[in-house]
Write a protein that binds this ligand. Structure first.
Ligand SMILES: Nc1ncnc2c1ncn2[C@@H]1O[C@H](COP(=O)(O)OP(=O)(O)OP(=O)(O)O)[C@@H](O)[C@H]1O
Length: 347
């Protein structure tokens, strides 16, 4: 607003002054010519001098406007950078026992964005190393919050979350993130090459490692179709990639450092074609195999790849078992399955 105000007032004022200056010179010199003490050449010269005198002032006004916009933008950037950290590293971080196995335990976890209104109310969940678990439940049941806690985007208010027996609050954040990777619901792509997008967490990653990840999750299929392959330029937010391609790229990024624990927030809308959907499902099956995984499953096709299903309802675990077991119970899962998933089967 400040920049616009200056642009709207300052520049026209300078132009007005320049016009008045030129008019004054024309009038003065015109009088001089009539009186005989000035020549036509002198008039032309003075008009030019006036123009030259005002040009730098005009330039200055324009630069000042640019400066004001830049300052407004930088205020916002520094505002974000100065946001105080809520999650801090412990003073004496504990190292995970080696080799890291990826066993997860939620013990009496209570959490709420507003502590007075808990979203998760006493969660107890043990996931042995290597098991793939799907979390299902109605919207707002607390599925994403459960995953956000394990990635330590927030801290629990009561209870604790343990990775290989160590409370994640006792781990350095880089240690936790080295072993727990998350694929968000709407993966972000940055402008740069495909390679730099896969290597987002560590640009030093070897080319072999990057290619291994891309091949494992079927991303190599589309990357190799670009004439410049891994050097293909991705536009800001991945606008020159399809939804499915962005998803595969996000899988490759998460898998590139071969994490022991994988968190996947499944996309609710399946806006990809059947061939891409098959590629994604195949990639998912390979990623989950033998790796501790928690998948927020919105699609039935995702559930097919997991060992176990946990049903969340209003912040509590109400059912836990295999697909067949839960269907036989004829409870929440049975209802959800018929409400949400049956239509998918029919499609
Ligand atoms: N950042 C936040 N700040 C405050 N409240 C939040 C925040 N994120 C989620 N909530 C609230 O917490 C509750 C649980 O949300 P959560 O996103 O965990 O549900 P969900 O089961 O993942 O739902 P969905 O399937 O729609 O993604 C909801 O009532 C939601 O409004």
């Amino acid at each position: 607003m400040r920049a616009l105000l200056i642009f709207a007032i300052f520049i026209p004022s300078v132009n007005l002054m320049a016009a008045i200056g030129t008019a004054a010179v024309l009038y003065g010199s015109g009088q001089g010519i009539l009186a005989g003490w000035a020549s036509l050449g002198m008039l032309a010269a003075f008009v030019q001098y006036t123009e030259r005198a005002f040009q730098p002032i005009r330039n200055l006004a324009e630069r000042y406007t640019v400066l004001q916009s830049a300052m407004a933008a930088s205020e916002r950037i520094f505002g974000v950078l100065d946001t105080p950290e809520e999650i801090r590293d412990p003073e004496h971080p504990v190292a995970l026992p080696r080799p890291v196995r990826g066993e997860i335990e939620f013990r009496d976890v209570v959490f709420g964005y507003d502590p007075a209104e808990p979203v998760l109310k006493g969660i107890n969940l043990h996931i042995p190393a290597g098991q793939a678990v799907a979390i299902v439940g109605a919207t707002g049941a607390g599925k994403s919050s459960l995953v956000a806690l394990l990635a330590r985007f927030y801290d629990v208010q009561q209870g604790g979350i343990f990775l290989d027996g160590v409370d994640i609050r006792h781990l350095a954040q880089h240690e936790l993130r080295r072993h727990v990777a998350a694929v968000p619901q709407d993966p972000v792509c940055f402008s740069g090459t495909i390679a730099s997008n896969i290597r987002l967490h560590s640009q030093e990653m070897s080319v072999e490692r990057m290619r291994w990840a891309a091949e494992l999750v079927n991303a190599a299929v589309f990357i190799e179709q670009f004439p410049d392959g891994y050097d293909h330029e991705v536009r800001e937010r991945g606008s020159n990639l399809s939804v499915g391609q962005r998803q595969l790229l996000a899988f490759a990024r998460a898998l590139a450092f071969n994490p022991e624990v994988l968190l996947i927030l499944d996309e609710a809308t399946s806006s990809v074609d059947t061939a891409t959907e098959a590629l994604i499902q195949d990639a998912l099956a390979r990623m989950l195999r033998g790796r501790t995984s928690i998948v927020i499953a919105h699609r039935l096709s995702t559930i097919q790849h997991v060992d176990r299903i946990v049903v969340l309802h209003q912040g509590q675990i109400v059912e836990d078992g295999s697909h067949a077991e839960l269907l036989a119970q004829r409870g929440f899962y049975h209802r959800l399955y018929h409400l949400q998933f049956a239509e998918e089967v029919g499609r």
